[in-house]
Design a protein around this ligand. Structure first.
Ligand SMILES: [Fe+2]
Ligand SMILES: [Fe+2]
Length: 316
C-alpha cells in the first residue's frame, strides 16, 4: 500500500468516525417521534410546491379549476412520498445491508463502515415511516383516496439492470452505485420542499427533517465510496461510474405513470394532452451537476474510465 493510499484511508476513517459521532446528536431517529395530530393543518395552504410539477406551464394545468389543482398538489405530495419510500426500501437499504454484511475488498475501515451504514439503515427506516405517516395524514385531512402505485421507473430500471448483470461483482456494484448516487441526489430532490415555508407545515417540516439527515448521508456514502474505489480494478471503476451517472436520468424521471393514475382518479380535464406533452425528465441539470461533483470527489473522474455503459441501456 503506497503512502498516498494510506493517507486517504486514514482520512476516510477520521471523517467516518466524525460523522458517526455527529449522528448521535443530529439524526432525526434520536430526536423522538413526531406527533402529526399536534401539527397545524391549514386547508388553504397547498400540500406541495407547484414549481416542482413537470407540467406546471401546460395550458391544461393552468386553466384547470383551482380546487382541482389543489387536489392534484395533495396527490403530488403522495407521489413524492411514495417514491421516497421506494428509494429508501428498494435502493438505499439493500446497499446498507451489503456493506454491513461484507466490507469492501481490502478495506482497512471495516468496523467504521459497518457502524455508519447501520446508522444510515436506522435513518432510512425512520424516513420511510415519516413519508408514510405524512402522506396518510394529508389523504385523511383532504378526504382523498390514497394513491396505490408500484411501477416507479427508478425501481423498474434498477430491477432490469440487476437482472441483466452477469456476475455477483456487477450486482453488488450496481446496488452500491445506485444507492450512492441516490444519497447525493435525494438532497436536491428534497431541497425545494424543505425550503418552501409557504406550503402545508407538515409537508415542509417532514421534508426539512429528512433533508437534514440526507446532508449527512451524502458525506457518509461518498467517504465509503472513496474507500471502496481503492479496492476496484479499472473495469470495476468504469462500471461503478457508469451506473452512478445513469442513475441521474432515473432520479429525474417525471414518473408520468403515477401522474396518469392520479389524473384518472380525479378525472382531470385534458389529461391526455398533459401526458403526451410532458417529457420523461425534469430538472435534470440540477442532478447532473451534483453527480459530476460526486464522481470527482470519489476519484472516478479519470478520462480512461469514461466508456463502460453497455449493461445500462435497459428499456423501462
Ligand atoms: Fe432517507
Ligand atoms: Fe439517506
Amino acid at each position: 500500500m503506497d503512502t498516498h493510499q494510506t493517507e486517504q484511508n486514514d482520512t476516510v476513517a477520521v471523517m467516518l468516525k466524525k460523522l458517526s459521532a455527529l449522528w448521535q446528536q443530529r439524526a432525526a431517529v434520536n430526536q423522538g417521534p413526531v406527533h402529526y395530530a399536534d401539527l397545524e393543518f391549514d386547508p388553504a395552504k397547498h400540500d406541495f410546491s407547484a414549481s416542482l410539477l413537470p407540467f406546471r406551464d401546460h395550458e391544461a394545468w393552468r386553466s384547470a379549476p383551482e380546487e382541482l389543482k389543489s387536489r392534484c398538489l395533495s396527490y403530488a405530495w403522495g407521489i413524492y412520498n411514495l417514491k421516497t419510500v421506494y428509494i429508501e426500501c428498494d435502493v438505499v437499504t439493500p446497499a446498507c445491508e451489503d456493506l454491513i454484511k461484507v466490507a469492501p475488498a481490502n478495506s482497512r475501515n471495516r468496523d467504521v463502515i459497518q457502524d455508519v451504514m447501520s446508522q444510515a439503515l436506522l435513518d432510512e427506516a425512520l424516513h420511510t415511516r415519516m413519508s408514510l405517516l405524512a402522506s396518510n395524514y394529508i389523504y385523511a385531512r383532504r378526504g382523498l383516496a390514497p394513491l396505490e402505485f408500484t411501477a416507479f421507473n427508478l425501481v423498474e430500471w434498477r430491477r432490469a439492470v440487476l437482472a441483466s448483470c452477469n456476475a455477483e461483482w456487477e450486482r453488488r456494484l450496481t446496488r452500491f452505485a445506485m444507492a450512492c448516487a441516490s444519497e447525493t441526489l435525494i438532497t436536491d430532490y428534497l431541497k425545494t420542499m424543505a425550503e418552501d415555508a409557504g406550503i402545508q407545515s407538515v409537508c415542509h417540516r417532514t421534508t426539512k427533517t429528512h433533508a437534514m439527515d440526507e446532508w449527512s448521508h451524502s458525506s457518509v456514502f461518498s467517504f465509503v465510496a472513496t474507500d471502496l474505489v481503492h479496492g476496484l480494478s479499472q473495469r470495476e471503476r468504469s462500471y461503478l461510474r457508469a451506473v452512478i451517472l445513469k442513475t441521474v436520468e432515473m432520479f429525474a424521471n417525471n414518473e408520468m405513470g403515477a401522474w396518469a393514475k392520479v389524473f384518472s382518479m380525479l378525472e382531470f380535464p385534458h389529461a391526455a394532452d398533459i401526458l403526451a406533452d410532458t417529457g420523461r425528465e425534469n430538472e435534470i441539470g440540477v442532478y447532473t451537476g451534483s453527480v459530476q461533483a460526486l464522481i470527482a470527489r470519489i476519484g472516478l473522474d479519470a478520462p480512461e474510465l469514461a466508456s463502460h455503459g453497455d449493461a445500462l441501456e435497459v428499456a423501462v
